[in-house]
Write a new protein. Structure first.
Length: 140
């Protein structure tokens, strides 16, 4: 599939969603980062919609606890719509991350470096932002 033609960069988002269960092959930087960009944009919009509809995390917690007139501001990002969106995006994000690591010549097991305290996330970010291997590697 040639994704270089066309006018919308959102095609990369839908491309990743179509390949949500594909952990083999490679994902170029463009594919990965456009997917991340649109996930963040959709989450931002859904957080505002959750707050507008009164189904943000704070509102849900207050209704479960039976309190009113108190401002919690602890869970605004865990609203109903954003929570569902985040849950649905877990598998596609893992899949595209593994394919992105494959594109840099690393195994998908490198995702677990994220669990190393303090520096793990930075190491993973560096790996995901690294240049692709132009030559064919063992992942495709």
């Amino acid at each position: 599939m040639n994704l270089e033609t066309g006018s919308s960069d959102m095609k990369w988002y839908f491309y990743v969603l179509r390949k949500y269960w594909d952990y083999s092959g490679r994902a170029r930087r463009k594919e990965f980062w456009y997917f991340v960009l649109f996930v963040i944009l959709f989450s931002s919009v859904l957080i505002r919609i959750d707050e507008y509809l009164g189904i943000s995390g704070d509102e849900l917690v207050k209704s479960m606890l039976g309190i009113s007139g108190v401002t919690l501001r602890r869970f605004p990002e865990f609203g109903l719509l954003n929570g569902l969106h985040s849950l649905v995006m877990v598998i596609p994000f893992i899949a595209v991350s593994i394919r992105r690591l494959h594109d840099t010549g690393r195994s998908g097991w490198w995702l677990f470096v994220n669990f190393v305290p303090m520096i793990g996330g930075l190491v993973l970010l560096f790996c995901l932002a690294a240049e692709s291997q132009p030559e064919k590697n063992r992942y495709g």
